[in-house]
Design a protein around this ligand. Structure first.
Ligand code: DGL
Length: 279
């Protein structure tokens, strides 16, 4: 692995599959000047129902791969990976691999802005079973806003429905309503709902339809993009190590044709991907 900090490299963006593309597209809008390598571990997705150990191992392999490509900064554009792997990677692995590189997640930037949005501190969280069971949002909210309460609702059917391009049918409508009803049954006073999975912006209009209209819905793309912009301003030593040609490379562990076709749904743009192997 290169230890040359004069060397400039793309920012790495990792997700278990396609969901991180919703984050990438907002990051590219906010910071078009940088280069990016997007890596989707599509062959092993979804991560949302996998154990802590497996999500951690897969995520570390992906981070290591992106480091091997020269990336100095990697964003885990996946809530499940951020919830289950980020802290261990930051605390245990990075000091051994390379203390000058950074790995950031999507949970902190989402939680940070809650005080600008909620009026009563009753926060709903929609996510994969992995994210909800990890209690990572609850812990992060408790650190920043101990007076708030988080009500988590796992939505295990949503990622498979999105990845199978079933967003426009009655079955999906049923499962969106089901989980929203279960969330609101936990506390009818919830006034802010976090889409705590990077896939869920693709269900935004259905979620909006079934949630009471006064409830604010937080999508993470713009929040993470703004937070990254702020991070790079506060860390010029990292900013100087990010290359600037406005290019983006797409890597997937599944077939590149399949990735290219489905990525269009998430990006409203045509891209070309390359298949790689992890592990
Ligand atoms: N995109 C992932 C997240 O934000 C979920 C997809 C998966 O289950 O792999 O949690």
């Amino acid at each position: 692995m290169s230890q040359d900090y004069q060397h400039k490299a793309p920012i790495g963006i990792f997700d278990s599959g396609y969901g991180g593309l919703t984050i990438l597209s907002e990051i590219r809008k906010a910071l078009p000047q940088y280069d990016y390598i997007y890596l989707g571990d599509n062959a092993r997705a979804p991560y949302g129902t996998r154990s802590f150990e497996i999500v951690y191992r897969f995520t570390l392999e992906a981070v290591q791969y992106l480091f091997d490509q020269g990336c100095q900064l990697v964003i885990l554009a996946c809530n499940t990976a951020s919830a289950k792997a980020l802290r261990t990677i930051q605390q245990n692995d990075l000091p051994l691999i390379d203390p000058h590189r950074r790995v950031l997640g999507v949970i902190r930037p989402t939680v940070e802005i809650l005080n600008n949005v909620t009026r009563n501190g009753q926060i709903g969280l929609l996510g994969t079973p992995g994210t909800i069971n990890s209690q990572s949002y609850t812990a992060e909210v408790a650190k920043l806003y101990p007076q708030y309460t988080v009500y988590g609702q796992a939505c295990p059917m949503w990622v498979p429905l999105i990845e199978n391009k079933e967003t426009d049918n009655a079955g999906t409508d049923f499962f969106v309503k089901k989980y929203i009803d279960e969330l609101m049954a936990q506390n009818a006073l919830i006034d802010t709902v976090i889409l705590g999975c990077t896939h869920y912006p693709l269900l935004h209009s259905l979620i909006r339809k079934h949630l009471p209209q006064h409830i604010e819905i937080l999508s993470q793309g713009t929040l993470v993009a703004e937070s990254l912009k702020d991070y790079l301003q506060r860390h010029p030593e990292m900013e100087q190590r990010c290359s600037r040609n406005g290019r983006c490379t797409f890597l997937t562990t599944e077939s590149s044709e399949k990735f290219t076709e489905t990525a269009t749904l998430f990006l409203q743009d045509t891209i070309t991907a390359r298949q790689i192997e992890l592990g």
